[in-house]
Every structure is written in structure tokens, then in C-alpha cells.
Design a protein. Structure first.
Ligand code: ADP
Length: 449
């Protein structure tokens, strides 16, 4: 096993990784930007290296500086967390070339899955259902032909997209051309790649994903699903498992598709296959995230499996000692993402945390990256913490979440806690009959109250 691991990330996920490293008696090395010198992950790590100025390009995306810190510290492996360089095949390759172990899949997997049209083609050839769509759009003619064949609305997406950015829904033929141009410009700006493609717009879908683990010896298992349909601007806010929408037979069927998708790129380590599920419960591959997901704790809470520990074990060459029939789950887990943001308009709200107190109690887990007195920098994602609860039943989990949200005190930056608390009362959520448009309907419900 490794003796020392560098974490190429910040915030709650860096802290969460350090926790497992400690449990495994592995020394942790943090990296930070100059804006993060007092950050929690820096305080918690056994040692730290300041790698650059606050903008991510100078620090958390600065491959050279991170790899130098790893070498200087004597770390043997690098855990990338999520975001930043986690899915960058060039980084994984450079880490390996420096003689270090990258805690994640081989660069080939992230390279193939990192491009949406390439990934769709790849998994489709392996027999995984995909949302009907085009390849990279080269002419308006192709776009019109496809849209007229499947019918409007359609959704334009960036081939290199992520984070819900650059998607555009088109309802009418006459809007298609200008929408493509706009999407290309946004894609170019956000990802440096103007390539877009078109998918059929699935109405009122569910976003349900499957967690997988794969070792270096050909063992690939799935660890059930996560329902991630509570989204704002196509980004997740609340996740839960089991999904209230599908039964275990459907989960098994999706699990098989997920394993097939993972095997198609010879996947190793932890990964997630995201699916859209339509109202008839057909599932379609959306994308594969070749890293740890933000919402992984709900899987951990219901299965007792430490996913970060398995990421590290697999990277160190250990065999998965879990076989598919051994993977069992119990009860229900819900996660709320606590953001420093305006609870109505969802704008980031960084700044000094004047007061901070976490809820505690049985079956309540808080994965936090902040503390009282910390100044939340403006340069990064405004996720402060994740609140995860477990209950024997879904109703019990919701009740516990209400209690936990009521007892989570954060003063200084605005947070979305009031929004999350109200969601726990929204009939559609409480009854578990929501889809990806639930937040729009939540605001209509609030207005009508
Ligand atoms: P990103 O990689 O930018 O996060 P995804 O492809 O994962 O984008 O999609 C994010 C969300 O956007 C989905 O969870 C879903 O809510 C919505 N979405 C994406 N594609 C479609 C589609 N074809 N039809 C309907 N909704 C979609």
C-alpha cells in the first residue's frame, strides 16, 4: 500500500479523501492556491504545498506545479478528486510519466468518455442504449434532417461539455440555425472546442446513475443507482438512493448496461455511468464520469462501502474482494449540497463565514470544506459542504434531513439551506414522484402558496 498520497484538489472533497487516507494510515499531502492557505484541507493534511495564485489555471489546474509538489513530497500516488484535472487524460498521463500512480482510470478511458459524441458511439457499439442523436454537427442540413425525423424539441449539446454548460433546447425549426451558432460560441468559450451535436429532448426524464468499481484483473461490479433529478440549470442539488422511480429489476438492468459501458473502455477504478430514464422507464446512456462523484456518499451510507478506500486499493493493485451478489444495501440515503449562493436566484455568494455549526446525531454525515472564520474564496465552485442522512425508510430519511437542515447554521455568505429545507416539504419531492423539472414546479408551488 502507498505510504503517502497527494490530493490534487481543494474543498470538501480534499477533506473527505484525507479522512480515508488517515483511516488507512497513509500520509496526506495537500496542495493549495494562495487564496486557500487557511483552508480546511490544508489544515487537515500532514503537509501542504502552495502551488500558485488563486485562479485555477495558476493553481488547481497547474499540472506542472502539482506534479512537482508530489515529487518533492515523496508521494507515490495522486488522487484528483472531482472537477479540476480529475478527467483530464493529459494530467493522468503526466502523473504516470513522472513515475507516480494516478488514482483513477487509464487515460484512454477518460479520453474516450471525455468527448460526448465519441463516448456515445463507443458505448452504443458495445450494446448500451443511447439517447437518439447525431454525431458532430457539420452542417445545418444534418441538424434539420435529424430534428425533423425525431421531432421537436431537440437539445444541442457541446461534445466537450460538462457541468450543465452550453446546452440549448430548441422548440422550433426556425430557431435551429441561430441556436446552433449560439451553442457553438458558448462551447468554444467554455471548453475551447466549438463542436456540438444534437439529441432528442426527452421530456420529463429522470437522471439516474450507476456507480461502478473495476479492478485491474477484469472484475467490474455495480453498486446500485443514485437518483439525481433535483437539478437547477442542469446541475444536481439533491441526490438519493434508492431511486423512488425505478424498482430493483430496472436497477439490475441498468447495472448491466453500466458494466458494459465500463468494460468497453477497459475501465479501472471507480466510475459512474449517467442515464436518462424516460416516463416509460427506458434508460439511455448520457455520459460516463471517469472519477469519484460529488454524490458518492449516498452510496456509501446505504452499502457501507468506502468508495475512496477502494479507489486507493485498486490503484495500488489490489483485487476487488467484493463480488456482485455480495453487494447489499440497506435503508435510504439523501444528500443535500450546501452552496454559498442566493437561495432564489442561485448566484454564488462567497465571503467570510461568521458563524458555522454542523448538525450531528446518528445517521447524519457532513462532508465539509469550511469552518467558522474561513473566508470562502470567489474563485471556485461555491459548494461549502454536503449533508447526507440515512434512514430505514425514505420517510425517515426525509424527517432526519429536515432536522439536520434546521440545525445547520451558517452565517456570513448566503446559502441555499432555506431552499433545501422547503424542498423537503414539497409534495412532489416528499411523495417521490419528481423528475428533472422539479425545481421549476417547486417555484410555481411556492408562488401559489
Ligand atoms: P453535463 O455533462 O453538462 O452535466 P449531461 O449530458 O450530463 O450534461 O446532462 C445534464 C442534465 O441535462 C441531465 O441530467 C438532464 O437533466 C438534462 N439533459 C441532458 N440531455 C438531455 C436530453 N436529451 N433530454 C432531456 N434532458 C436532457
Amino acid at each position: 500500500m502507498f505510504k503517502k498520497v497527494l490530493i490534487a484538489n481543494r474543498g470538501e472533497i480534499a477533506v473527505r479523501i484525507i479522512r480515508t487516507l488517515r483511516k488507512m494510515n497513509i500520509k496526506s499531502v495537500a496542495v493549495c492556491s494562495t487564496a486557500d492557505r487557511d483552508a480546511l484541507h490544508v489544515k487537515m493534511a500532514d503537509e501542504h504545498y502552495c502551488i500558485g495564485d488563486p485562479p485555477p489555471v495558476s493553481s488547481y489546474l497547474n499540472m506542472q506545479a502539482i506534479i512537482k509538489a508530489a515529487i518533492d513530497s515523496g508521494a507515490e500516488a495522486v488522487h484528483p478528486g472531482y472537477g479540476f484535472l480529475a478527467e483530464n487524460p493529459e494530467f493522468a498521463r503526466k502523473v504516470q510519466e513522472a513515475g507516480l500512480v494516478f488514482i483513477g482510470p487509464d487515460p484512454f478511458a477518460s479520453e474516450t468518455m471525455g468527448n460526448k459524441t465519441r463516448a456515445r458511439k463507443h458505448v452504443s457499439e458495445a450494446g448500451v442504449p443511447i439517447v437518439p442523436g447525431t454525431e458532430d454537427i457539420k452542417s445545418i442540413h444534418e441538424a434539420v434532417e435529424f430534428a425533423e425525423k425525431v421531432g421537436f424539441p431537440v437539445i444541442i449539446k457541446a461534445a466537450s461539455g460538462g457541468g450543465g454548460i452550453g446546452m440549448k433546447i430548441v422548440n422550433r425549426r426556425e430557431d435551429l440555425e441561430s441556436a446552433i451558432e449560439e451553442a457553438q460560441n458558448r462551447a468554444k468559450q467554455a471548453f475551447g472546442d466549438a463542436t456540438v451535436y444534437i439529441e432528442k429532448y426527452v421530456s420529463n426524464p429522470h437522471h439516474i446513475e450507476i456507480q461502478i468499481l473495476a479492478d485491474n484483473y477484469g472484475n467490474t461490479i455495480h453498486i446500485f443507482e443514485r437518483e439525481c433529478s433535483v437539478q437547477r440549470r442542469h446541475q444536481k442539488v439533491i441526490e438519493e438512493t434508492p431511486s423512488p422511480f425505478i424498482d430493483i429489476n430496472k436497477v439490475e438492468e441498468m447495472g448491466e448496461s453500466a458494466i458494459r459501458a465500463a468494460r468497453s473502455v477497459n475501465y479501472k477504478n471507480a466510475g459512474t455511468i449517467e442515464f436518462l430514464v424516460d416516463d416509460k422507464k427506458n434508460h439511455y446512456f448520457l455520459e460516463m464520469n471517469t472519477r469519484l462523484q460529488v454524490e458518492h456518499p449516498v452510496t456509501e451510507m446505504t452499502t457501507g462501502i468506502d468508495l475512496v478506500e477502494w479507489q486507493i486499493r485498486i490503484a495500488a493493485g489490489e483485487k476487488l474482494n467484493l463480488s456482485q451478489p455480495q453487494i447489499k444495501r440497506e435503508g435510504h440515503a439523501i444528500e443535500c449540497r450546501i452552496y454559498a449562493e442566493d437561495p432564489v436566484r442561485f448566484y454564488p455568494s462567497p465571503g467570510l463565514i461568521k458563524k458555522y455549526s454542523e448538525p450531528s446525531g446518528e445517521n447524519i454525515r457532513v462532508d465539509s470544506g469550511v469552518y467558522e472564520g474561513f473566508k470562502v474564496p470567489m474563485y471556485y465552485d461555491p459548494l461549502l459542504a454536503k449533508l447526507i442522512v440515512w434512514g430505514k425508510t425514505r420517510d425517515e430519511a426525509i424527517e432526519r434531513m429536515k432536522y439536520a437542515l434546521d440545525n445547520f447554521i451558517i452565517e456570513g455568505p448566503k446559502t441555499n439551506i432555506p431552499f433545501l429545507r422547503e424542498m423537503m416539504e414539497f409534495p412532489e419531492f416528499v411523495e417521490g414522484r419528481y423528475d428533472t423539472h422539479v425545481i421549476e414546479r417547486f417555484f410555481q408551488w411556492k408562488k401559489s402558496k
